[in-house]
Structure formats: structure tokens, C-alpha cells
Write a protein that binds this ligand. Structure first.
Ligand code: BG6
Length: 481
């Protein structure tokens, strides 16, 4: 379904995110027929460039970041016709009159701030001053949304000076992932799961976002954040909310976000013993692969590239059910999954069978998106009643055929939601602040103790101590493959 005509300005249009995700994503939506003929995409950055230069830049980005099957020369050429470019100075007045002359006031104006948060205020203010912030305007801001509660509050206050909350779209790209949205469909469109979705039946929940990549060229940013700020405060927190929240009364932005916010408020502070931080070592033959410290160029760095923690939600539904979260770089596999581990049946009529296991509902977010429910059956054969565990496995790609194989990138979906004016998959200001309010004391506690992260080998499943976090509760992590 096409959206209404729009003018989309991408500030930071020559940056990495624009090149890798935003611009190729817009092209994909164009191919899908969602971008109306009269819509325009206006690149903007400090670099002086003309429209032809920008078009060549975007054509290259499409070629580099979309595989051959997803692009063709004819549609790329037609897409490029929608592109314009205006160089602006975020901290001065250069370029703004030209930009203002280009923007139409009577269509949706979307301003994508694909720049560091230190420029959010400047951009918001200049959009206003030059008369191109209208009731039809929306602004899109990227993470990191601050680095603690105080800075997030300041950012929210700055943006609120110029825009209403209903015009502010804070991106957490995990919410744009098809499988993450599917969590809500699985929970709220099936009668099967909801009656079991509580502390009476769920033993614990594991949320894993494992990556094989290191920090690469992002060391300067990453070393000031670490896994807690970079991943847990936002992406893992969002996953936890979608798993733990009460059913919203409707699939509507504020109904959903109100329920997520309640989960964040109900999170208990995390005990220092319930956290393990790790940092990858160097590896490979003769130390060919750099360590984290080498990657960020600081031998004394104490930033974590891995974190595992146990969280508790103090509410009626989840009292006593731990949520184990872990995420890290340079791990054994790229595997993101949520596992709901159910309790054993209250009494086994088969006696203490060896190999007795729990039912586990595992939702694979990436790669090979799908769901797996482990169930117990009788082991075939005449050997008596022995039990065995079998998977009910579903891969979205197989189940949905071509539609499943061609899952749109998170950014494609989110940008179209901005144009449609649908904030359901975006974080509200109070949500971000609540997430920082939970995160801040955890970080402050380890900083005060001067904790050093534990080393782990690249290609492993993280530091040994992370295993202990579950072992001591009589549980174990699911394997990262
Ligand atoms: C980003 C983090 O938000 O998410 C990165 O800053 C991380 O450090 C990335 O690699 C992971 O996203 P995805 O979509 O590849 O799982």
C-alpha cells in the first residue's frame, strides 16, 4: 500500500547508516511500489555535493549493500530521480534557506536525524527557525538516545521545545525486525500460549543476542558505551518488554507503549552478583585477530563487549521467574533468540525418566527466523515407556514461501511507519528514560567497584562466569550455534 506523498530529508546522508540501511531501504520500498511518484528524498550533510553527485553515491550504496537479486538498473534509475541534495551546516545557517525553499509545506515532511545526538538540538531548532517545522513534520532520531538518564532527559527536553511527542520517532531498529513484531502476533493472536505465559508455568526466560563481529571500526563510539549501553538498555530491553508485557487493549501506539513502560518500571535493581561482564581476547594464529583492547586502541580499557545478567520483574505475572539476558561480540555464532523455558509437569507418571526435559518455546529472531517448540513424546520401539524430546520446528521462510524468504529490513518498515504516522514501533520519551533509570545504577555500581570485565576467547560462548550465573540456579544456557 503506497503511503501519502512526502518530502524526506536525511541529515547525515553521507554517513554509514544512511549508506548501509536508510537509502538502500528506501530503494527497496520504491521497488515495492510504496513510494508515491511525487515524493522526494533529500540528502543533506556538510559535504558540498550536487544532486548528480548524491545520486551516484546512492547508486553505489545500493550496489554495495543489496544483493543482485534485490536490485535492477532500470528501477535504480527511476528511484534516483526522486533524490535531491542540499548541503547544510547543522551549527550555522549555511544551506538552510536553500533547504527551506525546497521543502513543501503541504505534504508530510520527515526529517531523519542520522547524526550524533549532540546535533539533535541544533537541527530541531534550525528546522523551526527556517519555517520548515510544521504540524505535518516528523523527526526521526537514532540511538544512542543519551548515555544515561540525565542526558536522555536533556535530549527529550530539547526536542520537546520544538516538536510534540507525537512528532518524535525514536528508532530502536529491533522493533522493526519482522520476527520481533511476530512476538506480539504469537502471544496475542494465539490462545495456546497466553494461559501459560506467567510465573506459574514459565521456569525462566533466556534472551540472547550473539554476534560474531567485533567492534571493528566503531571502537571510538563503542568504547564509551559497552554492551550494556549499546545493546541491553535498548534492544534487549525491548525484547524483554514484548515478552513480559500485559496484553495491550489494542494494537495502538500508546496502548502498546504504556504496557511496555509498566514492565520497565517493574524491573528490580540487578544485584552485582547477577551480572557478568566480558571482553574478548585476541585470537587466531600468532594473535592474528586483535583483542578488544587492540580494536579500540586502549590497553587499559574496562569496557565490556559481552554482558550477561539476571533480571527480575516484580509484578503479579512474573514474580519469581528470572529473565536471563546476554549479548556479546565475537561469539561463536550470530544467533538471536528468545527461549521461554516452561516448568516440568507437576508430577511425572513415568517416574524419574532419564533425559527428562522441559518444554521450550524458542523464537529465533535471526538468522533463519522461526520458532521451535520442544515437546516430549514416547521413544519409538518396544523398550517400554521411554521419553524423548522432539522439535516442532517452523522456519518462516519455509512456512511462508517467497514472502518469508524476502523479509524486509527493519529500516524499510520503520521509515514507512514514520510517513504513515504510526508510532507503535518507536520508543516514547518516558520509555527511554525509564530504561536508563534501570540501567544507570547497574553501571554506577560496577564503576564504583572498579570491576574489570572477564576475558573470553573469540569464537567462544562468552566468559566462564556467565555459565555459573545459570549453573548456580540449576539451569543452563542454550547453546549458541
Ligand atoms: C546496533 C549496535 O544498535 O545493533 C551494534 O550499535 C550491533 O553494536 C547492532 O552490532 C546489531 O544489530 P543487528 O540488526 O545486526 O542484530
Amino acid at each position: 500500500i503506497p503511503v501519502d506523498p512526502f518530502d524526506l530529508v536525511v541529515f547525515g546522508a553521507t554517513g554509514d547508516l544512511a549508506r548501509r540501511k536508510i537509502l538502500p531501504g528506501l530503494y527497496r520500498r520504491f521497488v515495492a511500489g510504496q513510494i508515491p511518484e511525487t515524493s522526494r528524498i533529500i540528502g543533506s550533510a556538510r559535504t558540498e555535493m550536487d544532486a548528480a553527485g548524491f545520486r551516484a553515491f546512492v547508486a553505489e550504496a545500493i550496489e554495495e549493500f543489496l544483493d543482485v537479486k534485490k536490485r535492477d538498473a532500470d528501477s535504480v534509475a527511476r528511484f534516483l530521480d526522486h533524490l535531491h541534495y542540499v548541503a547544510v551546516d547543522a551549527k550555522g545557517d549555511g544551506g538552510w534557506p536553500e533547504l527551506a525553499a525546497l521543502i513543501r509545506r503541504d505534504v508530510v515532511q520527515a526529517y531523519y536525524f542520522s547524526v550524533g545526538p549532540s546535533l539533535f538540538g541544533d537541527l530541531a531548532e534550525r528546522l523551526h527557525r527556517h519555517g520548515i517545522a510544521t504540524p505535518n513534520s516528523r523527526i526521526v532520531v537514532e540511538k544512542p538516545f543519551g548515555r544515561d538518564l540525565a542526558s536522555a532527559k536533556t535530549l527529550n527536553a530539547t526536542l520537546a521545545e520544538h516538536f510534540d511527542e507525537s512528532q518524535i520517532y525514536r528508532i530502536d531498529h529491533y522493533l522493526g525486525k519482522e520476527t520481533v513484531q511476530n512476538l506480539m502476533a504469537v502471544r496475542f493472536a494465539n490462545i495456546l500460549f497466553e494461559p501459560l505465559w506467567n510465573a506459574r508455568h514459565v521456569d525462566h526466560v533466556q534472551i540472547t543476542v550473539a554476534e560474531t563481529v567485533g567492534v571493528g571500526g566503531r571502537g571510538a563510539y563503542y568504547d564509551k558505551s559497552g554492551a550494556m549501553r549499546d545493546m541491553v538498555q535498548n534492544h534487549l530491553m525491548q525484547l524483554l518488554c514484548l515478552i513480559a508485557m500485559e496484553p495491550p487493549y489494542r494494537f495502538d501506539p500508546d496502548a502498546v507503549r504504556d504496557e511496555k513502560l509498566k514492565v520497565i518500571h517493574a524491573l528490580l535493581p540487578v544485584e552485582p552478583d547477577d551480572i557478568v561482564r566480558g571482553q574478548y581476547r585476541g585470537g587466531g594464529k600468532k594473535g592474528a585477530a586483535p583483542s578488544y583492547a587492540e580494536d579500540v586502541g586502549d590497553p587499559a580499557t574496562r569496557t565490556e563487549s559481552y554482558i550477561a545478567l539476571k533480571a527480575h520483574i516484580a509484578n503479579w505475572r512474573w514474580k519469581g521467574t528470572p529473565f536471563y539476558l546476554r549479548t556479546g561480540k565475537k561469539l561463536r555464532g550470530r544467533a538471536s533468540e528468545i527461549a521461554i523455558v516452561f516448568k516440568e509437569v507437576p508430577h511425572s507418571i513415568f517416574g524419574d525418566e532419564e533425559g527428562w526435559r522441559e518444554n521450550v518455546l524458542a523464537i529465533r529472531l535471526q538468522p533463519n527466523e522461526g520458532m521451535n517448540l520442544s515437546v516430549m513424546i514416547k521413544e519409538p520401539g518396544p523398550g517400554g515407556m521411554r521419553l524423548t524430546e522432539v522439535p516442532l520446528d517452523m522456519s518462516f521462510a519455509e512456512a511462508l514461501g517467497e514472502d518469508g524468504a524476502d523479509i524486509p529490513d527493519a529500516y524499510e518498515r520503520l521509515i514507512m511507519d514514520v510517513i504513515r504516522g504510526n508510532q507503535t514501533l518507536f520508543m516514547r520519551g518516558d520509555e527511554v528514560e525509564a530504561a536508563w533509570a534501570w540501567t544507570d545504577p547497574i553501571i554506577a555500581a560496577w564503576e564504583a567497584r572498579g570491576d574489570r570485565p572477564k576475558g573470553y576467547d573469540p569464537g567462544s560462548s562468552g566468559p566462564e562466569d556467565a555459565l555459573m550465573l545459570l549453573h548456580r540456579d540449576g539451569r543452563r544456557w542454550r547453546e549458541i550455534r
